[in-house]
Design a protein around this ligand. Structure first.
Ligand SMILES: Nc1ncnc2c1ncn2[C@@H]1O[C@H](COP(=O)(O)OP(=O)(O)O)[C@@H](O)[C@H]1O
Ligand SMILES: [Mg+2]
Length: 501
């Protein structure tokens, strides 16, 4: 390991272009040994781009890098990994169809091979030893696809730690982790820094940044705006640097508007294969119903079950005045329901399509001209408006969603449903990985939908968001509702946490 305080990575005058998009504009940046360095900036500001270039995943358009004093231009992520730079990517970084151990040693099978054969039991044993040493309670021999998002992220962390990296990049990983998962990651990051490694830590959670980092660097529109050391940390200063203007801390709704008496969606003692046992819920017209709890409490399954996406073994979900049974996703959509998943890459957006197709797909009824004929003019204007409302950072509505940064993808998911015709929206962590500027506009849109008489189930791991936005909050633990809080009672985070653990 390099000596503490020594410069390990130097990025000089780096530019990166994607067609007409300028992702990095003459970026200069140094990273020292022994530090946990935060990178913050709004969605699309260039955080993933600069770190993934250092980690060999893509190449810069111009500029230079120096790693431990020598010119650095890795051509692949494997090469960077072997030299000591590992990155945990923002999007899914594991292959579902192979065992955990194979994911951990992907591309490095030669470690366990003799001749053309891979000694698989030996590989599994090595993976298990690694997981155990790191305190990650996962069986190395199971197929990765059977694990959830949090467990997959932990595997990626283990995979990186195996190489005892000199630089570890952690890109928006914590939003996928529960509190226990986060604590574990923080511990490993700190351990690495103490041993003389360095961490580049990317997150939207400023509190997390301020507690975990030794210094932060702020990016905006591909430029480095500046850096702050720990003793200079101040949330408002950071926000201002990120968006280039003053941002008020409070962006939730402030009203006490009531909701209707009519029940528009009802879960009647539903039981699912995992998580839920005789779960009840009533959603009213014009209500924002918050559901919160720790990551594994079953709240994400509630969202899926309501939308007909999770098999219901007993009990039923009914929608609308006719109490239509929601037996599958098709019935849900036909009855005016919409759903956004927490796991956006796998479940939400038809990612291969263009931004335009994705957004237009749910608004098509509105954009009809006569009969089944779509007015392209109306549709184009509709998509443009959604892009402006959400301040989506893209060069054109015809570009593929795949080219967008993680947070901007989530905006597409949101834009898709908000503009649509659904009366009942089930939003599972809708603001996960979204920067503050856009969060604020999303909250306004959610409130606007309530005012229009639409009903919303807001599932969230962030208590301030639940408290700020909901008419009523259900707190869950182990698949059961442990507490119900009303907006009028002004619940505090402290009141609610008690029922979660
Ligand atoms: N593969 C790509 N193709 C086209 N544009 C991209 C690609 N990757 C990133 N971009 C664009 O580059 C900019 C910076 O993106 P990114 O580094 O992912 O932002 P951040 O991680 O800060 O949210 C964004 O405008 C994004 O849309
Ligand atoms: Mg990113």
């Amino acid at each position: 390991m390099p000596n503490k305080g020594e410069v390990v990575l130097e990025v000089k005058d780096m530019c990166k272009y994607f067609g007409v998009t300028v992702a990095l504009d003459h970026v200069n940046f140094t990273l020292k040994s022994g530090e946990v360095r935060g990178l913050i900036g709004e969605n699309g500001s260039g955080k993933s781009t600069v770190s993934s270039i250092a980690a060999g995943m893509q190449k810069a358009s111009s500029g230079e890098m120096f790693y431990l004093g020598k010119p650095w231009a890795p051509s692949t992520a494997l090469e960077a990994q072997k030299e000591g730079i590992c990155m945990i990517v923002q999007e899914a970084g594991t292959i579902p169809s192979i065992p955990v151990a194979d994911n951990i040693f992907l591309g490095h099978e030669d470690l366990f091979s003799f001749g053309p054969f891979v000694n698989h039991p030996k590989m599994v044993a090595a993976a298990q030893a690694l997981l155990d040493e790191l305190g990650i309670g996962i069986d190395a021999s199971v197929v990765t696809g059977r694990l959830d998002l949090q467990q997959c992220k932990l595997i990626e962390i283990a995979k990186a730690m195996y190489w005892k990296p000199k630089i570890l990049v952690v890109d928006e990983t914590t939003t996928a982790l529960s509190q226990t998962g986060r604590e574990l990651l923080y511990k490993l990051m700190r351990r690495l820094a103490d041993e003389g490694g360095s961490v580049m830590f990317i997150s939207h959670d400023l509190d997390e940044m301020m507690t975990q980092c030794d210094a932060v660097t702020v990016l905006r529109d591909g430029h480095i705006i500046g850096s702050l050391n720990k003793d200079e940390f101040d949330g408002d200063v950071m926000k201002k640097m990120m968006v280039g203007r003053e941002v008020k801390g409070d962006y939730y709704r402030s009203d006490m508007d009531p909701y209707g008496e009519e029940v528009v969606l009802k879960a009647d003692c539903i039981t699912t294969r995992r998580d839920l046992l005789c779960f009840d819920l009533e959603l009213h017209k014009g209500e924002i119903l918050g559901i919160g709890g720790l990551s594994e409490c079953g709240m994400h399954t509630v969202g899926k079950a309501l939308f007909g996406y999770e098999k219901i073994l007993d009990g039923r979900v009914t929608v609308g005045p006719q109490h239509t049974v929601v037996k599958d996703v098709e019935t849900a959509i036909k009855n005016g329901m919409a759903y956004t998943s927490k796991d956006r890459d796998h479940e939400s957006v038809g990612l291969p399509g263009s931004i335009r197709d994705n957004i237009a797909s749910t608004g098509y009824i509105k954009n009809l001209l006569v009969g089944p004929i779509i007015s392209f003019k109306k549709e184009k204007a509709y998509v443009e408006k959604e892009i402006t409302d959400l301040s989506l950072k893209c060069a054109s509505q015809y570009h593929s969603v795949n080219t967008l940064s993680g947070g901007n993808k989530q905006k597409v998911v949101f834009g898709k449903w908000i503009g649509g015709d659904a009366d009942i929206l089930i939003l599972d962590c809708p603001t996960r990985g979204i920067d503050i500027g856009v969060k604020a506009s999303m909250y306004q849109l959610i409130y606007k939908m309530k005012k229009e008489g639409r009903s919303i189930v807001l599932i969230s791991e962030e208590l301030p968001e639940l408290i700020g936005m909901s008419d009523r909050i259900l707190i869950m633990k182990d698949g059961q509702v442990t507490h119900e809080a009303m907006r009028a009672d002004h619940p505090t985070e402290h009141d609610l946490i008690e029922y979660m653990i």
